[in-house]
Ligand binder design. Structure first.
Ligand code: PEP
Length: 248
């Protein structure tokens, strides 16, 4: 059974410009830790810029969403095949901001992950509970329910799927789950994956939520945390590269 790979993935969210991206990509493409898989997930209009700026580097190009459909009358949507044409190799699905602002269900998220896999992309399946759910003692049940529709994907394609645990209360808030809190949920997720399929023990499980250069090392040293999904800190090259180094 192969061990989970180490990943650090930047999520630029709806930030960037051609000029600021160029400087950021120029710095990030010299990523300092070859053993860590690194990707940046940019808004759709910048995928061509990523394709060119990251050409010849080990840093992968990523998107922040994908349509579950292959083609047709889906105005405003982008298919997995289109992402592939622009050199994209990873895609976030089910980020909490999409679940919140676009009412994406866990079933839709699973369909998006399946479409990504079918096109040869690695879906980064994002899960996580809200503060209210945690305070009600429902954190594990929430995450288990979010993972459940993806069960067949974990069983069939565990080598090409990544899970990102992002407690909603920690995203963009500056509040990070403590290493102990994060490790406890990661161990739970790992156990859920193994219950679904023993081969899913090799699925990388990343932590996301206010990861910074100052807290990354301690989080990433937990036994079931295989790297991070990084929002705000991925927009500052020095911070992002320091987080990459912390995952090595
Ligand atoms: C995210 O957007 O996935 C994220 C984790 O954001 P931040 O690091 O800013 O909390």
């Amino acid at each position: 059974m192969s061990k989970p790979e180490r990943w650090v993935i930047g999520n630029w969210k709806m930030n960037g410009s051609l000029a600021s991206n160029a400087a950021l990509l120029e710095a990030v493409r010299a990523q300092p830790a070859p053993a860590v898989k690194v990707a940046v997930c940019a808004p759709f209009p910048y995928l061509h810029q990523l394709q060119q700026a990251l050409s010849g580097s080990d840093v992968q190009s990523g998107a922040q969403d994908v349509c579950e459909q292959g083609a047709g009358a889906y105005t405003g949507q982008v298919s997995a095949a289109m992402l592939r044409e622009f050199g994209t190799s990873v895609v976030l699905v089910g980020h909490s901001e999409r679940r919140q602002f676009n009412a994406e269900s866990s079933e839709l998220v699973a369909a998006k992950a399946a479409a990504a896999l079918a096109a040869g992309l690695t879906p980064i399946i994002c899960v996580g509970e809200t503060l209210a759910q945690r305070q009600a003692g429902l954190a594990e049940a929430t995450v288990a329910a979010q993972l459940a529709p993806c069960a067949s994907l974990f069983a069939a394609a565990s080598a090409n799927v990544v899970v990102a645990y992002e407690p909603v209360w920690a995203i963009g808030t500056g509040i990070t789950a403590t290493p102990v809190e994060a490790q406890a949920m990661h161990a739970f997720i790992r156990a859920q994956l193994i219950l679904i399929s023993p081969s899913a023990a090799s699925v990388s499980v990343l932590y996301g939520g206010s990861v910074k250069a100052s807290n990354a090392k301690e989080l990433f040293s937990q036994p079931d945390i295989d790297g991070g999904l990084i929002g705000g800190a991925s927009l500052v090259a020095a911070d992002f590269l320091s987080i990459v180094s912390a995952a090595a």
